[in-house]
Design a protein around this ligand. Structure first.
Ligand SMILES: Cc1ncc(COP(=O)(O)O)c(C=O)c1O
Length: 335
């Protein structure tokens, strides 16, 4: 057996350079590539008081021939613009943001890990207008920065079955903010997630406000069984994952019956008696659930292991991302 090399934890290492642009006087400045360094920011900056900020997260993959390919950047940029719009932040120009991402990859090409690693790309946008009396006034000035980080596994321990607490009491975010990728939503989920970790030794919390299954703190949730997939239909209460969309598209291509609708905890617990469950997201890819804990009772999922259909779907999605299977939908862009 070969031993696993020690990898830095997800997101803890940045590349040497970042791309930066600013919004002033109603327009975006030209972007620049700069060494990653601390920022200068007014202590009165809008973001520090009124949380005017959003971000994205997606990956670029290095192939065996050395070429680097970004996965579904257009979708992530669209979602970032939607987040900005809903937070009344200046919207990034899509062509400029795409160029900033390409420029960081080009500058830091050597930092893109080989498979199974990837370069995680993290654009952030935040309000910089200096005004502490702007609770009900949008920021006019903003900064847009693209960071990059070489990553390996998101969940430490690699592909292992996850323990998930089913929480039917708390909400992850305000109902109209679920589809916005903004820091405040993660801050809101942190307390319940840490409490669940301490009490039940779980990896994540599955938020099910009003008993309806929604999503976890950092990934969407899908139920899987032979030839069939069930996940919540798109609404404003949760983040519309690009991985979710990719998985559903791929499953339809494979002839799966894909249902997108609301379902409750009771239906989920029935499903996992014989079926599988998984979390989907850029970082998690498709991570199998081995245990669901609901109201103090542990429910085994897929015999407590990552289910075979989950494994197979994950492998097929990774094969597309890494260029080992056909890219039928034009999801990859070579840089
Ligand atoms: C709350 C939340 N839901 C879902 C997702 C999955 O989204 P995607 O597949 O676009 O990464 C993420 C990850 O970005 C997330 O943070």
């Amino acid at each position: 057996m070969t031993s696993q090399p020690q990898r830095p934890a997800f997101g803890t290492v940045l590349t040497s350079h970042m791309a930066v642009a600013s919004h002033q006087g109603g327009r975006w400045s030209a972007s620049e590539i700069k060494p990653v360094a601390p920022l200068e920011l007014s202590p009165a900056a809008h973001v520090l008081h009124y949380a005017s900020t959003c971000f994205e997260g997606f990956k670029a993959f290095r192939r065996a021939d050395g070429s680097v390919h970004i996965f579904r950047m257009d979708r992530h940029i669209q979602r970032m613009r939607q987040s900005a719009r809903l937070l009344v932040l200046p919207e990034p120009d899509p062509a400029q943001l795409a160029d900033m991402v390409r420029a960081v990859i080009t500058r830091c090409r050597d930092a893109v890990p080989e498979a199974p690693g990837a370069l995680y790309l993290r654009p952030i946008l935040f309000g910089t207008t200096a005004n502490i009396g702007a609770a009900a006034t949008p920021t006019t000035e903003a900064a847009l920065i693209v960071l990059a980080s070489p990553v390996w596994d998101y969940f430490s321990g690699g592909v292992k079955p996850l323990r998930i607490l089913v929480d039917a009491e708390n909400t992850r975010s305000a109902a109209q903010m679920g589809m916005v990728k903004t820091g405040g939503n993660y801050a809101a989920a942190l307390g319940p997630t840490l409490a669940a970790r301490a009490k039940h030794q779980v990896d994540q919390v599955l938020f099910c406000p009003g008993g309806q299954v929604q999503e976890t703190g950092a990934a969407n949730f899908v139920l899987i069984r032979d030839g069939e997939l069930l996940t919540r239909g798109l609404d404003s209460t949760f983040l519309h994952g690009v991985t979710r969309d990719s998985l559903l598209t791929m499953a339809r291509d494979l002839g799966f019956k894909v249902s997108e609708r609301t379902f409750d905890v009771k239906e989920m617990l029935e499903w996992v008696k014989t079926g599988e469950a998984a979390l989907s997201g850029t970082a998690a890819v498709l991570a199998g659930v081995g245990t669901l804990i609901y109201r103090g009772t542990e429910h085994r999922v897929a015999g407590g292991e990552v289910g075979p259909i989950t494994r197979s779907l994950r492998a097929q999605l990774v094969a597309i991302q890494q260029g080992e299977a056909a890219d039928r939908h034009g999801w990859l862009e070579r840089v």
